[in-house]
Design a protein around this ligand. Structure first.
Ligand code: NAD
Length: 293
């Protein structure tokens, strides 16, 4: 069994990005510039956004953090988005979700210029992804694709069972892995809350991608020997032995499933750390006008 170390891989990729940014700057090229917009004071969102900004600085990007009060109106936020769309120095920007309830997230996502949508949430980027055209991949699927590629995990001709059909993980993964590409050519089964006999599906899987948000859902009796397991879930379970009173677990029962796996991602330290890396890679691409010219 090989543990896929997302933390280490993310570190390696960030170091590679830093080298590329330094070379780009030395050659008189553009310094990549990422902006992040945070509306409201949700503590988790504050941590995510600040981590993104710190990551930018560490690899030599310029970063801009725009923090607005929770009372910001949709109109005001759309005006900020329009300004970021116009600003030629900004290569890409993200609007941290979730937004306060009075703001329509879809309207905001649609307002972001696809060529600056480094989160890869705009339907234009999703459509380009589905057609195999240059695009910004959404962060978590991009991170998973990197893991599969860098660990040289064979996907061609394999049966991949995905658990969960969210727009940010399950559905894009089903598209990416069924595409004709270096990492791809899988036969994909996309399962969800209405799937019957999920165990029958997972038992046939060469690769399982679990993204449902149910702690330890995938157990040893649900997988075959040699399976590759990518666990996207991040769930809190009570743990009195921890100072904070809980610990994080994935959607896969790691202790049980790891011994049967050929490769498996831990939680924490698996898929999670890769998401910021994806954002940096998309912003670097944008600074080089690689996707939209
Ligand atoms: P979601 O929470 O939006 O939706 C859950 C999905 O699971 C739905 O498609 C639903 O149909 C499916 N589902 C629910 N119960 C099921 C069941 N019993 N059997 C089969 N399918 C079932 O999904 P999400 O936003 O992709 O998040 C899923 C998990 O991944 C969460 O734990 C989330 O915290 C985590 N997550 C982690 C990262 C990361 O960077 N590691 C990124 C995004 C999400």
């Amino acid at each position: 069994m090989i543990k896929i170390d997302g933390k280490e891989l993310a570190k390696t990729i960030k170091a590679e990005i830093a080298v590329e940014v330094a070379a780009q700057k030395a050659a008189g090229g553009k310094t990549p510039h990422l902006a992040a917009v945070l509306v409201g004071a949700d503590p988790a969102s504050q941590v995510y956004v600040r981590n993104k900004v710190i990551a930018c600085e560490k690899v030599g990007f310029t970063s801009t953090l725009i923090e607005k009060e929770a009372s910001t109106t949709e109109e005001e936020l759309l005006a900020i988005v329009a300004e970021l769309n116009r600003d030629e120095d900004i290569d890409g920007f993200i609007v941290q979700l979730p937004l306060p309830k009075h703001i329509n997230e879809e309207a905001v996502t649609l307002a972001i210029k696809p060529s600056k949508d480094v989160d890869g949430f705009h339907p234009i980027n999703f459509g380009r992804m589905a057609l195999g055209l240059p695009c910004y991949l959404p962060a978590t699927p991009f991170g998973i694709m990197q893991m599969l590629e860098r660990y040289n995990i064979e996907t061609s001709g394999k049966h991949c069972v995905i658990l969960g059909r969210s727009n940010i993980v399950g559905t894009p993964m089903s598209v990416l892995l069924s595409r004709k590409a270096k990492v791809g050519n899988c036969t994909v089964t996309l399962t969800h809350s209405r799937t019957q006999n999920i165990k029958e599906e997972t038992k046939r899987a060469d690769i399982i991608i679990a993204a449902i948000g149910i702690p330890n859902f995938v157990t040893a009796d649900m997988v075959k020997e040699g399976v590759v397991v990518i666990d996207v879930g991040i769930n809190r379970v009570d743990d009195a032995s921890r100072k904070r009173g809980y610990r994080l677990v994935g959607d896969v029962d790691y202790e049980q499933v790891a011994p049967k796996s050929s490769y498996i991602t831990p939680v924490p330290g698996g898929v999670g750390p890769m998401t910021i890396t994806s954002l940096l890679m998309n912003t670097l691409k944008s600074s080089r006008r690689e996707v939209y010219g």
